[in-house]
Design a protein around this ligand. Structure first.
Ligand SMILES: *[C@@H]1O[C@H](CO)[C@@H](O)[C@H](O)[C@H]1NC(C)=O
Ligand SMILES: *[C@@H]1O[C@H](CO)[C@@H](O)[C@H](O)[C@H]1NC(C)=O
Length: 324
């Protein structure tokens, strides 16, 4: 009896049960409020562990027609999500924030406004592979963003989508520290999710030299189940076991280049891995491009986002897990 009691206390003390119901869409901002990081866990305003599950939009420059409230309503209702991730395109062959800051910013702000109205979280992604070369623009964007929206608990910042194979300590980390400092001047506590080298896979590099002096920082993991498998789960597990808080700000069920097929068995292994740890995850993408990673078939209108008859093979698995 005594032994049993001790065992129970041990379990409760070391593992905070997630308070989420099966369906992420029911786990709203008004229910969970301001998020923070406690050890490796994401917790709500009462210190209880919380899990965010949802959808990334496609690059703002290429699918602007999904950047409004019609889509965000459907992301919550049909994709069963409590988080949406607008992707601010920075520097593509067709332009982006560097060439049209006002137009691109307006798309992102429309999604943020809709997410606030719809009572879900919103992860604002600086969709760049060389953000250290655009530091001035990034600081301008995040300064304005955090001044405008920093008081809303809905807001989560992602200042660097995927650093390529760059040095963590000398290049990526200093970039993050500069952006974090700028955000924190306006917004003392909303969550910031920072990208790691090699397309946000090398959590081991961040774990060896984490960012210190700031609260509510998590490290982003990106995976595509057709390409990134046990090796990446092992790296991630070691990083988490070592105390690094990890947030899956982008994942796909297919290959890293978004091509098919859906790798069902590996995707299920990843879900199991993430669920065991109560991790948050955001699928790429709300998109009707003719490619494996798209959740919807070509020609899907915004109000049919994640509607059952418009889902692809990938979309079906993703929506199933957002509500299960
Ligand atoms: C969002 O954009 C789509 C596509 O342009 C349009 O059909 C829909 O009416 C828009 N919704 C809102 C709320 O503006
Ligand atoms: C999924 O990945 C596993 C492990 O690499 C591989 O054996 C399997 O053939 C892949 N499945 C598909 C459908 O590509």
């Amino acid at each position: 009896m005594k032994l049993l009691l001790i065992t129970c206390l041990f379990v409760v003390g070391n593992w905070i049960a997630p308070v989420v119901s099966k369906d992420a869409a029911l786990e709203t901002v008004s229910k969970h409020g301001k998020l923070s990081v406690d050890g490796v866990n994401l917790v709500n305003q009462n210190g209880e562990r919380v899990q965010l599950k949802g959808m990334s939009l496609f690059w703002s420059i290429w699918m602007p027609y999904y950047y409004n409230k019609t889509t965000v309503d459907a992301v919550k209702a049909n994709c069963h999500s409590n988080i949406v991730r607008p992707m601010l395109a920075i520097d593509t062959k067709d332009g982006g924030y560097l060439t049209d800051p006002d137009g691109q910013e307006a798309l992102i702000y429309a999604v943020i406004d809709a997410a606030i109205e719809d009572d879900i979280y919103v992860l604002i992604d600086w969709q760049d592979f060389e953000a250290e070369n655009h530091l001035e623009q990034s600081l301008y964007f995040f300064d304005k963003l955090s001044k405008t929206y920093g008081s809303y608990p809905n807001i989560i910042y992602e200042p660097y989508n995927e650093p390529i194979s760059l040095e963590w300590s000398s290049v990526v980390k200093p970039y993050h520290e500069a952006v974090i400092k700028t955000i924190r001047a306006n917004d003392p506590d909303n969550l910031i999710v920072v990208g790691t080298p090699q397309w946000s896979q090398r959590l081991d590099l961040a774990a060896a030299d984490p960012i210190t002096g700031f609260d509510n920082i998590m490290y982003s993991l990106h995976f595509y189940a057709g390409t990134h498998q046990q090796w990446e789960r092992d790296i991630t597990k070691a990083a988490i076991d070592g105390g690094l808080p990890v947030f899956v700000s982008e994942y796909g069920t297919v290959n890293a280049d978004a091509s098919p097929p859906v790798n069902v068995s590996e995707t299920l292994l990843w879900y199991e891995f993430m669920e065991e740890r109560g991790m948050s995850y955001v699928n790429f993408a709300v998109s009707d491009k003719d490619e494996g990673a798209a959740a919807m078939i070509p020609g899907t209108p915004p109000d049919k986002t994640c509607a059952e008859e418009y889902l692809t093979e990938s979309g079906k698995i993703v929506v199933e897990h957002n509500k299960a």
